[in-house]
Design a protein around this ligand. Structure first.
Ligand SMILES: NC(=O)c1ccc[n+]([C@@H]2O[C@H](COP(=O)([O-])OP(=O)(O)OC[C@H]3O[C@@H](n4cnc5c(N)ncnc54)[C@H](O)[C@@H]3O)[C@@H](O)[C@H]2O)c1
Length: 255
């Protein structure tokens, strides 16, 4: 039986570890050719561990020049681009009074600029490939107020709004390119372990059979990325997909 993304060429940013790696692995399992990109050279090993239709390219998403070179290389090596997952990100906590201008710019540059460059430079190749799907990693932080994360939240808010604009642009142009944002809650990755510590994760990971009480896992997010990458999601564009165990709609629950 063919995979759900059989034959598609997918580019994933920040894919050396964490959610990007999980996305790349699942897309590959379902028949895609996956291009993992990252600033971390460990991405080379990550791609090798996935399989023969996986490769690695260095890409610092804050650099427009590197984006242009990467899209050119994808066109040269694969002749098309069907799916872009703008996943690269980082988080460093500091409330509004403690947040420095440098910290603010760092978050905006990796996540807002990185996603802007990705959409801008991937669209022509995706349009020439007959359309496709752009998936932008946002967060629950773009919909609820988190006091300790003003820069992260603002960058994710920018991604959410950019997503809607890109979606409408592609509809206006008749490109058949969908663009959606994904908003997970805390998910067990190196980012979250760095932010809240291993112990808090182990406590939250105790699976008592109630999905609403456990920490999200990379595969929970990758399953949504697979749906959005596949032709099953042809009707979805400009949407914000919450993947948060309901925490953003429940009173008194922390995201
Ligand atoms: N883990 C969570 O709880 C969670 C929740 C909501 C949203 N997210 C979002 O999901 C995405 C992935 O998060 P994760 O938890 O896997 O993080 P992670 O820290 O585990 O992995 C992020 C990857 O991005 C890469 N990266 C950082 N800066 C980069 C740059 N300038 N250019 C290219 N790559 C760069 C890192 O090297 C790393 O490999 C991020 O956008 C994050 O904000 C994560």
């Amino acid at each position: 039986m063919p995979g759900r993304v059989e034959g598609k060429v997918c580019l994933i940013t920040g894919a050396a570890v964490g959610l990007g790696y999980a996305d790349a692995k699942l897309l590959h399992e379902q028949g895609a050719t996956v291009v993992l990109t990252d600033v971390d050279p460990e991405g080379e090993k990550s791609a090798k561990s996935i399989g023969e239709r996986a490769s690695f390219m260095h890409l610092d998403v804050t650099s427009e020049t590197e984006w242009i070179e990467t899209i050119d290389a994808v066109e040269e090596q694969h002749g098309r681009l069907d799916v872009l997952v703008n996943n690269a990100g980082l988080v460093k906590g500091a409330d509004i009074e403690a947040c420095t201008a440098e910290l603010w710019r760092l978050h905006m540059s990796v996540m807002a600029d990185g996603t802007f460059f990705g959409c801008k430079h991937a669209i022509p190749l995706m349009a020439a490939s007959g359309g496709g799907s752009i998936i932008n990693m946002a967060s629950t932080a773009s919909t609820v107020g988190i006091a300790g994360l003003p820069a992260y939240s603002a960058a994710k808010g920018a991604i959410t709004s950019l997503t809607r604009s890109v979606a409408v642009h592609c509809l206006d142009k008749g490109y058949e390119i969908r663009c959606n944002s994904v908003h997970p809650t805390n998910t067990d990755t190196p980012m979250l372990r760095g932010a809240i510590g291993d112990e808090a994760i182990e406590r939250g990971s105790l699976d008592d059979g109630t999905p609403l009480t456990r920490t999200s896992r990379p595969i929970d997010v990758a399953n949504l990325i697979l749906y959005l990458a596949s032709d099953e999601s042809l009707m979805a564009t400009g949407a914000a997909f919450a993947l948060d165990r309901g925490v953003t709609i429940m009173e008194g629950v922390s995201p």
